[in-house]
Design a protein around this ligand. Structure first.
Ligand code: URA
Length: 428
């Protein structure tokens, strides 16, 4: 095989054969194909696309670059969830213990945040003592004993994707549907669960800004899952305003715990229950409704065991910011919402996120929304809290929020809803 031939084929709009794809992904992982050659190929793919068969072959090659977890010894059905990333998206924290309490085993190998969207591992690391890195034996033991594990992927899982994703990140080649879909699905399939529910986010705070783009990504993800014999469902959900009221690592853990203890914002509860029901359906579990299980407090008990299982103390106080700056309404009206991207960017600038992979995140930093879309507000009413340990970050966060607080005139036209539906579609 000749890598230049492979690049030229795609550059000129041709199809890559399964053999070419298998060879180039393997050769890149082994260092035989150089970074500059793979970046040229990734750019050709971004510009020319890959069809469903090419994308399936690309995914398979990335799975085959490493190990696949064997969950067959577990006596429960295995099911996972993947979110394409949003602002205030703490759903994994609740969903894993909830679905485990309903009878499934939930292996949730998660990532860290990069840019304006947060990462599940960063959130959980705000819990004193909690450890993200587990061995394969520890993952299996926790799935057997607790039913849910949220941790970092093991080194051996889809190493081709790890290398390629880092390269795409610095070569402007992230935004390709076949490359995103194969990247996500290679990790999820290698993780070994037999069912998967995808939460594909749509809106300013998401990768996919329009429903059409989100649907295209969802279809690509579903096609790969089905080709691999996985039971998969995709939920399209709104990410034009932040999910819940908390954005930032420790703030989001606190909100997730509120929901597990029977409180919390309505949208977080709604999306958790929608995804939990879909996960149980793909797992073939026909037990009590997740709403009943959530209300019983049993999922909170599972959460505590899940956190303790990884060295964390679920009863320890979470880190709190030393500075809290309020943003107030500058006029009377009805709050239409806060723009998700702007709030995510503000939280990131306050220290909740990282600019480079090796940066640390500030556990206590973030944004709390104090009013809900649809609420009437008067000038001077506090609407947002900016949490940080570093007051120098506040001006840049305020800058990010310019124009992000959307206040409409009163009354709103004919009582029209200010926020559209949270769940836009479910593709099964
Ligand atoms: N998340 C992934 O895991 N891969 C991508 O390519 C984009 C988002």
């Amino acid at each position: 095989m000749n890598v230049i031939e492979v690049i030229r084929t795609k550059r000129d709009g041709g199809r890559l054969s399964n053999e070419q794809i298998g060879w180039v992904v393997d050769a890149y992982t082994r260092g035989v194909v150089a970074d500059e050659q793979m970046s040229a190929l990734a750019m050709a793919i971004l510009l020319r696309g890959m069809d469903a068969a090419e994308t399936a072959a690309w995914t398979r090659a990335m799975i085959d670059s490493g190990e696949r977890l064997d969950l067959s010894a577990l006596r429960r059905p295995t099911v996972d969830k993947h979110s394409t990333g949003g602002v205030g998206d703490k759903i994994t924290l609740l969903l894993a213990p909830l679905v485990a309490t309903c009878g499934a085993a939930v292996p949730q190998l998660s990532g860290r945040g990069l840019g304006h969207t947060g990462g599940t591992l960063d959130k959980l690391e705000s819990i004193p003592g909690w450890r993200a890195r587990l061995s394969t034996a520890e993952i299996l033991a926790q799935l057997r004993d607790v039913g849910a594990v949220v941790c970092a992927p093991t080194e051996g899982l889809a190493p081709a994707d790890r290398k390629l994703y880092a390269l795409r990140d610095v070569t402007g080649t992230v935004e390709s549907v076949p490359l995103i879909a194969s990247s996500i699905m290679s990790k999820k399939i290698a993780e070994g669960a037999s069912g998967l529910v995808l939460d594909v986010k749509v809106g300013s705070g998401a990768f996919m800004k329009t429903t059409e783009q989100a649907r295209e990504l969802a279809e690509a993800l579903l096609a790969i899952g089905r080709a691999e014999g996985m039971r998969v469902t995709a939920v399209l959900s709104d990410m034009s305003v932040p999910l819940g009221t908390a954005v930032g690592n420790a703030l989001e853990v606190a909100e997730a715990v509120d929901v597990l203890r029977g409180g919390g914002p309505a949208d977080v509860v709604e999306l958790t229950l929608v995804l939990a029901r879909e996960m149980l359906a793909v797992a073939g579990i026909d037990g009590p409704d997740p709403a009943t299980v959530l209300a019983s407090g049993a999922a909170y008990e599972t959460w505590c065991r899940m956190i303790r299982g990884q060295g964390g103390d679920p009863d320890a106080p979470l880190p709190a910011a030393t500075r809290v700056h309020e943003v107030r309404a500058d006029r009377d009206g009805v709050l239409a919402g806060f723009d998700a991207y702007a709030v995510g960017l503000a939280a990131w600038r306050l220290g909740a996120g990282r600019a480079r992979k090796e940066d640390a995140v500030a556990a206590a930093a973030g944004v709390r929304c104090l009013a809900e879309p649809g609420e009437p507000v008067v000038v001077g009413r506090p609407l947002l809290e900016l949490h940080t340990d570093d007051p120098d970050t506040v001006p840049a966060a305020l800058d990010a929020l310019r124009g992000a607080v959307l206040i409409g005139a009163v009354p709103i036209d004919d009582g029209a809803p200010v926020r559209g539906p949270l769940v836009l579609d479910v593709l099964r």
